[in-house]
Ligand binder design. Structure first.
Ligand code: NAD
Length: 441
């Protein structure tokens, strides 16, 4: 099959590469010339475990190509995936200008039947707009051939994107013709051999499924953060409570870890967009509005603990920050809680020495040189008044606490991800603060 993927970011690059991996002929297209030039040289614009080897392997085999020329790259394609960004507009709604711009460009250049598939996260009704854009452009060219639109939201998780794409929990596809269903079945057949289900549905339901999934996950996080905050007030320990409720199969033990708020390029914008879609249609998403406000507050809990510990006297203090990306195994800094915490520390007159295994370059684009970037996690600790755990990278889980304590000025840890044990911290002589955990006396 011949596939065009428009938008070569986290989603487009993973989609294109994984489809090439199972033998399809794929061109990944982007308007960013620098990105495409680097990819042609085998240099990846993003960090995603395992992706580089896969890109190189498939480029070498000639199954994966990169281009800025959409007009040329879609010729003869069976499927064109639209995987460009849908950032939040000022009012919180998903900005569709990139998606519809690509649809128009496809309409201006397509010369054969194809299925035009929206992979970007888009509100219900977008496929209709994509279809209208294609029809407009085709009729402006005096062409009248058949095409289909489809919705195929992506559920991959950054940091585990390849595994998620190759072995999906499910593939959701909204279609409105048997022909499109047949073609999409063929695209995903290689991934279904191991029993992963494909769920066909109508297009609006597919578009809604993505928002419902992300909103449910964000709700789980905010719910647990609320419970964690209450645990602290009431003298309970959220780690115990989490185990207690997670063992109930109806609740499950995934995604019920409290922390310092969700971030990333998806949850914040998708929750906002769903609230806005509902409001536009006269409905109030009461739960999601609370999910959002709990999340906003949660980004400040670590800073509030810091202020309390130091009695508000933060000026001139130095903080080591371990982890900058919004979650481990990615360099994605979009809406990362680290940004809020660092901004507050800087505003309070503190110095920040940060270390992240892969996100420091990205962080530097956003924060610049207002903070120091350490070469390794121990370097960040030198003369620090406290250590902040902001992202739970595996390598932070089991440091040599004797070394940690020696390097720091004061043995204080604010753990925003609850990766350490309170008793162990106590025994190692640290003052330890977690999220919703009981201090060890
Ligand atoms: P991204 O910002 O990493 O990539 C988008 C790419 O599209 C960029 O490289 C940009 O240059 C390119 N682009 C923009 N306009 C273009 C055009 N006219 N022609 C060609 N290329 C163009 O975005 P992403 O994280 O990959 O997300 C893409 C979509 O997928 C969003 O709607 C997002 O909500 C959704 N999504 C993202 C994830 C994730 O984990 N990142 C997961 C599931 C769904």
């Amino acid at each position: 099959m011949k596939i065009a993927v428009v938008g070569t970011g986290y989603v487009g690059l993973v989609t294109g590469t994984c489809l090439a991996e199972v033998g399809m002929e794929v061109t990944c297209i982007d308007i960013d010339q620098k990105k495409i030039d680097s990819l042609k040289q085998g240099i990846l614009p993003i960090y995603e475990p395992g992706l580089e080897e896969m890109v190189l392997r498939n480029t070498e085999k000639g199954r994966l190509q990169f281009s800025t020329n959409l007009a040329e790259s879609i010729q003869g394609a069976d499927v064109a995936f639209i995987a460009v960004g849908t950032p939040p507009g000022e009012d919180g709604s998903a900005d569709l200008k990139y998606v519809l711009g690509v649809a128009r460009e496809i309409g201006r250049n397509m010369n054969n039947y194809m299925v035009v598939v929206t992979k970007s996260t888009v509100p219900v009704g977008t496929a209709n707009k994509v279809r209208a854009a294609l029809e407009d452009e085709l009729s402006a060219r005096g062409k009248n051939f058949d095409f289909d639109v489809a919705s195929n939201p992506e559920f991959l998780k950054e940091g585990a994107a390849i595994e998620d794409f190759l072995k999906p929990d499910r593939i959701v596809i909204g279609v409105e013709s048997e022909k499109a269903e047949g073609i999409m079945s063929k695209v995903y057949k290689p991934f279904l051999l191991n029993g992963h289900p494909i769920i066909f549905m109508d297009i609006p339901s597919a578009e809604m499924t993505k928002y419902a999934a992300n909103s449910m996950l964000a709700t789980k996080i905010s719910f647990m953060n609320d419970i964690a905050n209450l645990c602290e007030i009431m003298g309970a320990d959220v780690n115990m409570v989490r185990k207690g409720i997670g063992s109930d199969a109806r609740i499950g033990n995934k995604f019920i870890y409290p922390g310092i708020g969700y971030g990333g390029s998806c949850f914040p914008k998708d929750v906002k967009a769903l609230i806005k879609t509902a409001a536009d249609h006269g409905y109030k998403m009461q739960i999601l509005e609370s999910v959002e406000s709990v999340n906003e507050n949660q980004k400040s809990v670590l800073f509030n603990k810091i202020q309390k510990h130091f009695n508000g006297d933060l000026k001139g203090k130095t903080f080591a920050v371990w982890g900058l990306s919004f979650k481990p195994k990615t360099d994605d800094m979009r809406e990362a809680p680290s940004l809020v915490i660092i901004e507050k520390l800087l505003a309070a007159g503190c110095q920040v020495k940060a270390y992240d295994p892969v996100a420091m370059k990205e962080a530097q684009h956003i924060i610049g040189n207002k903070i120091e970037y350490a070469n390794d996690q121990n370097e960040a600790l030198v003369d620090a008044d406290a250590l902040l755990i902001v992202t739970e990278w595996p390598e932070f889980r089991s440091p040599n606490f004797k070394v940690v304590g020696k390097l720091m000025r004061d043995k204080v840890i604010f753990d925003g991800r609850n990766i350490y044990d309170t008793k162990e911290m106590h025994d190692a002589g640290f003052t330890y603060y977690g999220i919703g955990v009981k201090p060890y006396y």
